[in-house]
Design a protein. Structure first.
Length: 441
């Protein structure tokens, strides 16, 4: 058994040596014996069961690329005509929750509600965590009592204003009367009909009336000031009530929107402070698919365009483009694209990988086998074609879509003869002798 293994290895090494090292010599030997075999085939009868030349060329690319006596290389080609296809921008992405929020506590206290298990569906406004009220209720009652007391003083304070206004009117009337009396006394004094005592008394009455007016004005100002002070007291009491009510409301932590709990809510008896997380809520209906488009294709994506996606497990979904980033990622130079789609049964989970195809304008393309693609010396992807003068010519292409029937490429003329077998053995300007295959596209 060991001898057989050694002999097999030696035979394989000899074959590899001949194919790799002595390849040129073997090809020359094959060219020398080709005419002899051709003559023997022409002299002898054709066998119905023997392989045809076209079959050998189709199955053996090296044989198909043998140069003929005139120097032309035999290749297999096909006539290809461009067709208009529904083009699409292809990218990979993942699903994300439409909304995701950590619901935090705005008060301090111990949890007195039973925890909700993760995965539970919650409605908007549903209670998630309830905290021990402590003295919050008493503070609210105290603030409401202070507000009621301040509001009860309003009629009494407001009644002082008319009283002060009446006192001021009376003082102004007394001042006017005192001025008249003083004027009469001064006139009588000039004529000698009034004594100096009467004049002095009239002047004193005027000064007393002026003092009464000033006192009435001060009383009116005091009444107005009392109303302003009372209004400030009422507003302060209202603010205290609102603050106390907010503290009471913060004891009940509710869901901001309908969604699903990502984890359990806070445990019964746990102490929560301001900023402590009660729960994480995800909104999965609708859901968002996020992908990144290269800058060469971003101009082909428009808001509102239809988009399809295939998730793991061959699940296919449809949605619309709702966001296209205006600034590229500094590292990848790609633009974020969001696709929103309905998810009523929550079958799509956040974080799933998705192959996304975004609808774009149609394009003219050729359907070719992947084996027809090749690279030029600069590393460009393309095909070898048969030029009008019968020579090989490299044409660069852009891949649009890969299907089971072949690959759709653009960048070629409307009609082109594509070399499908033997393209690796020719370069630009090399004469070729094509054998065309019939292909239904």
């Amino acid at each position: 058994m060991r001898i057989i293994s050694i002999l097999t290895a030696l035979v394989v090494m000899a074959v590899l040596y001949g194919v790799v090292i002595e390849r040129d010599r073997l090809l020359g030997f094959a060219r020398d014996i080709a005419p002899v075999e051709s003559a023997a085939a022409s002299d002898g009868p054709a066998s119905a069961d023997g392989p045809q030349a076209s079959d050998v060329a189709a199955t053996d690319p090296a044989a198909a690329s043998m140069p003929s006596e005139d120097g032309a290389v035999a290749v297999i080609a096909r006539h290809s005509t461009a067709q208009e296809i529904d083009d699409a921008v292809l990218l990979r992405g993942q699903s994300q929750a439409f909304r995701e929020v950590d619901v935090l506590s705005e008060a301090t206290g111990r949890v007195i509600s039973e925890p909700l298990p993760k995965g539970s569906a919650v409605a908007a406004g549903q209670l998630l965590c309830e905290l021990d009220p402590g003295t919050s209720g008493a503070s609210l009652a105290e603030a409401e009592a202070a507000l009621a007391e301040a509001q009860a003083q309003r009629p009494q304070v407001e009644a002082r204003v008319p009283e002060a206004q009446a006192a001021l009117a009376q003082a102004e009337a007394q001042l006017e009367e005192a001025q008249i009396t003083l004027t009469a006394a001064e006139e009588l004094s000039k004529s000698g009909y009034s004594s100096r005592t009467t004049l002095a008394s009239a002047r004193a009455g005027q000064r007393a009336a002026e003092a009464g007016v000033r006192s009435a004005e001060a009383g009116l100002k005091s009444a107005d000031s009392g109303i302003d002070s009372l209004e400030a007291q009422i507003e302060s009491a209202r603010a205290a009530v609102a603050r106390a009510r907010t503290e009471v409301e913060n004891l009940s932590i509710t869901a901001p929107f309908a969604g699903v709990l990502e984890d359990d809510t806070a445990e019964l008896g746990a102490l929560m402070t301001v900023g402590t997380r009660c729960a994480t809520v995800l909104q999965l209906d609708p859901i968002r698919l996020v992908g990144y488009v290269p800058e060469a294709d971003v101009s082909r994506v428009i808001p509102g365009a239809n988009a399809g996606a295939r998730l793991v497990g061959e699940q296919q979904v449809m949605g619309k483009v709702t966001f296209i980033a205006r600034r590229a990622d500094e590292t990848t130079r790609t633009f974020r694209v969001d696709i929103t789609l309905p998810n009523p049964d929550l079958a799509i989970r956040a974080g799933q990988t998705a192959e996304i195809a975004i609808e774009a304008d149609g394009a003219m393309a050729h359907l070719l086998p992947q084996s027809a693609l090749t690279l030029d010396d600069d590393g460009r992807l393309g095909i070898r074609s048969v030029a009008a003068d019968g020579t090989a010519r490299f044409l660069p292409v852009s891949v649009l879509r890969d299907t089971r029937s072949g690959i759709w490429v653009s960048g070629l003329p409307e009609r082109v003869d594509v070399i499908t077998v033997g393209q690796e053995y020719v370069t630009d300007g090399v004469p070729v002798r094509p054998s065309f295959e019939e292909v239904v596209q």
